[in-house]
Ligand binder design. Structure first.
Ligand code: ZN
Length: 416
């Protein structure tokens, strides 16, 4: 298939499957200026799907960087009126929110983190309607990747710029299951398999999961009573099914914050705040990370654990098969959207309220009483090797295979 046709299919996939755009609905599209030709395809597809309006918010990371370097700190402490009107207004009108991400992973290196913190706090306060619209299931939203020169050169440093951009596009289209003849059908199958596995996991209500791998991982994590596995797509309050992340491969829940024992070894390096942590291990006792080691970036790893009390406990357990396209690509993308979908992972820090019954209505005290970890941080790290075994242990001690040789096993295997 000609590349232009594949890109057009990808644009259609993001509009119709990712955002599930309805006739008359507005699309708020954020796109990097480097990806303008692709953003135009998205606009074309949105109009073809009957969009009520298409608003494009151009993003230019080098210009943002200049602002972070030179603007007074006070300008990060409140969001300007026009931007509030743009974001809150679109959310209030029920817009679909589509973000194309092509940021250079190193593009904000060296910026004072206090500025990001200030801007993030101001954004969540002044654009509350916009963020609540996504967090509380009122607006559909989707984040997807686009190839840009700076990101592509980071992923493929040995290639010329134009080669790297092409290679990154190929990787984006392959991992988003958008390079075949019918991406929408591929996603319908992908989604059905997600739902079947989630249903099975939720029915099983394992008391614990035991992980073993030849790299030394030998670890058991306890599950919460009534825990909920989630993943794949999401549903708005009015019942629209959409995909917040394209690609997405993980099925996840939040474990019991005080039940993790044993040692986990990393399967992939972790890019944290512009620096690498590689070949590392963490030892847990009673849910607490009590010891750790790393060939690279030990101080960075310790800084995650020392964030706060919750930084030493787990907030997420995610299952990703080694056979998934992202793992098979073997590419380190330096982007969470891709890398966290590359392998089974755990996260240190904050757990997810939606992963316990009634959690979205609970305050922090209630969440803590349900053993959901609380923390200011949430950092994913990959532990899914090609020979990983995961065994589900029921309350009566009986064992069920969940993963063998890095992939779904037993009742979880095959085309569900
Ligand atoms: Zn995850």
């Amino acid at each position: 298939m000609p590349k232009q046709e594949i890109l057009q299919n990808y644009a259609r996939l993001l509009v119709r499957t990712g955002c599930a755009l309805k006739p008359g609905q507005e699309l708020l599209l954020t796109a990097p200026v480097e990806a303008a030709p692709f953003a135009r395809l998205v606009a074309e597809e949105a109009w073809a799907a009957g969009a009520g309006d298409v608003i494009v918010e151009w993003a230019d990371q080098p210009v943002s960087r200049l602002r972070y370097l030179h603007a007074p700190l006070s300008s990060f402490e409140s969001v300007p009126e026009w931007k509030r009107a743009l974001l809150n207004g679109a959310a209030g009108r029920g817009a679909a929110i589509l973000t194309l991400d092509g940021d250079d992973p190193d593009g904000m290196a060296g910026i004072d983190p206090a500025r990001f913190t200030a801007w993030s706090r101001a954004s969540h306060r002044d654009c509350k309607a916009f963020y609540d619209g996504m967090d509380l299931g009122r607006n559909v939203w989707c984040i997807a990747g686009v190839s840009t020169p700076a990101w592509a050169k980071k992923v493929f440093p040995g290639c010329s710029e134009s080669e790297a951009v092409e290679k990154l596009w190929d990787a984006i289209l392959y991992t988003a299951r958008a390079d075949g003849a019918d991406p929408a059908a591929a996603w319908a199958d992908h989604s059905a398999a997600f739902q079947a596995r989630i249903k099975l996991l939720n029915e099983k209500q394992f008391d614990a999961l035991r992980y073993t791998s030849s790299n030394g991982t030998d670890f058991t994590v306890g599950m919460n009573p009534g825990h909920i596995w989630a993943g794949g797509g999401a549903e708005t309050v009015d019942g629209t099914w959409f995909f917040p992340n394209m690609p997405t491969e993980e099925i996840f829940t939040s474990p019991h914050r005080d039940r993790a024992d044993g040692v986990v070894h990393s399967a992939l390096p972790l890019n944290y705040r512009g620096g690498m942590i590689a070949d590392f291990w963490i030892k847990f006792e009673g849910g607490v990370a009590v010891d750790c080691g790393a060939k690279t970036g030990l101080d960075r790893l310790k800084s995650i654990l020392d964030t706060d009390e919750g930084g030493r406990h787990l907030g997420e357990v995610a299952l990703v098969p080694h056979a998934s396209p992202i793992a098979q690509s073997g590419i380190l993308f330096y982007s969470t959207l891709y890398d966290e979908n590359a392998a089974c992972h755990l996260a240190l820090g904050k757990g997810f309220p939606e992963c316990v019954e009634g959690g979205l209505e609970m305050d922090e005290t209630a969440l803590a009483a349900h053993h959901i970890n609380l923390s200011a941080t949430h950092v994913d790290f990959m532990i899914g090797t090609a020979d990983l075994t995961i065994t589900g242990i029921a309350a009566d001690g009986s064992e069920t295979p969940v993963f063998q040789n890095g992939n779904w096993a037993g009742a979880f295997a095959g085309d569900l």
